[in-house]
Design a protein around this ligand. Structure first.
Ligand code: ARG
Length: 473
């Protein structure tokens, strides 16, 4: 009998159907995990040697063999054979081919079930750091642009209708806040996932004296999973990671929608650099915000991954099931999509220009100062509900007469409220109103400057932090 290539072929009759090979393989997807698989294997082998389950010399051969394989893969010299199913089998087979007998001992006390769970956690921990770095760069681009516009006023919208005046800085920093929450969510995700399933085996652990805490420490995990059944079947962290990506995509999508609107001829608030626009094959005048439109759409792709991941998990019986292999498609897709969108968004923000002249030209349209006028009346002792009604009547009057509130003379004001004094004019007009905002977090120049100072130092400190500290932060 010919020696079986994979040890379980001793158990099954004949070779698998070719269609089955294609259907069950995950190598095309999980070869991306090769570095993590190799560091996990080295830690496992070192522990086997420390526990006297293999010799020091066998460990040395295994370690050197794995490092060589790692180099071959990195250099594109490794031949991936999909009949070996996945990266775990591909590397193990290559190791056995390279070093012989010692290689056959690597899988002692281990199953691909705890192995893949370990690999994914290690990959995700690093991937989260990369996404966090990209978020930080995007935040910095926002802060830099925002710093130029602490005194420039634009309309603030609710229901996409003109609401109250705001400074451009505050508008831009609203995104820095959103992405900060994403940064923190990823940090939390990383903290939760950072425990080691290695040594949980197929489902029940092992009769061999594996030192699980040792391998966990070696791999930088903060602890181990304490239930082997849960450890091999748990992909909660994958769903959570994709959810975090989905919210990043949501924030990017809302940003994209704003800027698609703001860059239209109707608004003309912001100019997207030509490098991030495309033209039309037919209409020569067109400058289309396709990059932003794609960022907007890609949120849908990430939501798809989230739904898929949750659906894969639901209804599975306890322990490991092959269903879990499908996790990788979705964690990779979600991460890659968001990663690319974060890069594009950063580039767009870094090269965008606000057209403050155009914004100012239309700023007195839409009665942005109406709320401030009502609050002025409150200051004169009028109940807010009453002030709201008074200003509503004034706005109706102005609208009818095509005038602005600031254009009414004192006698006209007095018809609405005898309490109105000449100081009313200090509260009218968008530019004056923003200067009157006194609440913390308000969209005025004073608060904007404070926030710019805060974010500048916060993000600079984050960038200069060594990796280890950043992860713990
Ligand atoms: N390729 C598999 C996965 O991604 C590895 C684990 C397979 N385990 C097994 N017993 N068939 O989940």
């Amino acid at each position: 009998m010919a020696k079986a290539e994979k040890s379980w072929e001793e158990r099954l009759a004949g070779q698998p159907d070719e269609m089955t090979v294609d259907f069950v393989e995950s190598l095309s997807m999980d070869k991306r995990l090769y570095k993590y698989d190799i560091v996990g294997s080295i830690a496992h082998a070192q522990m086997l040697a420390e526990q006297k389950l293999i010799t020091r010399d066998e460990f040395k051969q295994i370690k050197e063999g794995l490092i060589e394989i790692s180099q071959e893969i990195a250099e594109g010299k490794f031949k991936f054979d999909k009949t070996l199913e996945d990266i775990h089998m591909a590397i193990e087979a290559a190791l056995i081919a390279k070093i012989g007998e010692a290689g056959k001992k690597l899988h002692t006390g281990r199953s691909r079930n705890d192995q893949v769970a370990t690999d994914i956690r290690l990959w995700m921990r690093d991937e989260i750091e990369i996404l966090q770095a990209k978020i930080t760069l995007l935040q910095k681009a926002f802060v830099k642009l925002a710093g130029k516009h602490t005194e420039d006023v634009m309309p603030g919208y609710t229901h996409l209708q003109r609401a109250q005046p705001i400074v451009i800085t505050s508008y831009l920093l609203s995104f820095v806040e959103q992405f900060e929450r994403d940064f923190i969510r990823l940090k939390n995700c990383s903290t939760l996932l950072n425990i080691s399933p290695l040594g949980c085996g197929a489902v029940a652990g092992s009769t061999l004296p594996l030192a699980r805490k040792g391998t966990a420490k070696q791999l930088g995990f903060s602890d181990i999973n304490y239930n082997s059944i849960d450890a091999v079947g748990d992909r909660d962290f994958c769903a959570e990671f994709i959810f975090d990506c989905a919210l990043i995509a949501t924030h990017l999508s809302r940003l994209a929608e704003d800027w698609i609107i703001y860059s239209s001829s109707e608004f003309g608030f912001v100019r997207i650099d030509d490098s991030y626009c495309t033209s039309s094959s037919m209409m020569p005048q067109k400058r289309n915000p396709d990059v932003l439109e794609l960022i907007r759409a890609k949120a849908g792709t990430v939501y798809g991954s989230l739904m898929a991941m949750l659906t894969i998990l639901k209804g599975q019986p306890s322990g490991y099931n092959r269903d879990l292999q499908e996790d990788k498609i979705h964690i990779f897709a979600a991460s890659d999509t968001v990663s690319q969108s974060l890069d594009m968004a950063r580039a767009i923000i870094a090269h965008a220009k606000f057209d403050t002249r155009k914004i100012s030209a239309g700023l007195e349209e839409g009665f942005l100062d109406a709320t401030a006028l009502a609050e002025y009346l409150v200051g004169k002792g009028v109940a807010f509900r009453e002030a709201h009604g008074i200003v509503g009547s004034m706005v109706a009057y102005c609208e009818e007469a095509s005038r602005k509130l600031a254009e009414l003379d004192l006698d006209e004001f007095k018809k609405y409220s005898a309490l109105i004094e000449p100081d009313v004019y200090e509260n009218l007009g968008a530019a004056k109103v923003v200067g009157k905002y006194v609440t913390e977090g308000a969209a005025g120049p004073k608060q904007a400057k404070e926030q710019i100072a805060y974010w500048t130092s916060e993000l600079d400190a984050r960038c200069s932090m060594p990796d280890a500290r950043r992860r713990g932060k």
